[in-house]
Write a protein that binds this ligand. Structure first.
Ligand code: HEC
Length: 149
């Protein structure tokens, strides 16, 4: 039991730090070097965002102390956009898991979206999504162009 407890604590404290590899592509080496010194890549391999969104993350990381040259950041930005852009999500057809991943919402919110369409019929547009309890319309606005109905 004690061993198990330590194992669990270990997993919480260092969540698979360097076991995750970034996908192959132009700019990967630079991204590994500039983004890998403080944390693993797991936290952003799950993230999907637009160019603006990724550039905000980069600025945030620079404020937190990330170091690099102007042209290196441009390379990192291109890499992140090429690898981790939002996928299109059809909110009338996708499963709750696909909605959670595609729209980057919590599982409970994705489940509420599915439940809402089952109870009220298909979503006709973005405004309809705002009627679902728990949906943060302001946060979803950034993904609006990737949502199909
Ligand atoms: C100087 C250290 C440092 C470097 C270098 C760094 N980060 Fe971070 N990053 C942090 C800290 C501190 C946090 C907040 C705590 C956490 O989630 O680990 C964070 C959190 C994050 C998050 C989760 C929060 C969010 O905004 O979604 C993402 C994604 C992220 N970093 C991506 C990157 C990327 C991409 C790079 C390279 C451009 C990078 N980090 C480089 C320190 C750093």
């Amino acid at each position: 039991m004690r061993f198990l407890g330590l194992l669990v604590i270990g997993m919480v404290v260092c969540p698979a730090q360097n076991t995750k590899q970034l996908p192959e592509g132009p700019g990967r080496k630079t991204t590994e070097r500039l983004c890998g010194s403080c944390h693993g890549f797991g936290n952003f391999m799950r993230k999907r965002d637009t160019r603006d969104g990724w550039n905000n993350v980069i600025e945030d990381m620079i404020r937190r102390g990330a170091k690099g040259e102007e042209e290196e950041w441009a390379e990192v930005s291109d890499y992140l956009v090429a690898q981790f852009s939002p996928v299109r999500v059809n909110v009338n057809q996708a499963t709750a898991a696909q909605i959670a991943e595609g729209l980057q919402v919590k599982a409970a919110v994705a489940a509420a979206i599915v439940k809402h369409r089952e109870g009220n019929g298909a979503f006709k547009g973005f405004e309809d999504l705002g009627k679902v309890a728990g949906v943060d319309v302001a946060a979803l606005e950034a993904r609006r162009m990737f949502i199909d109905y």
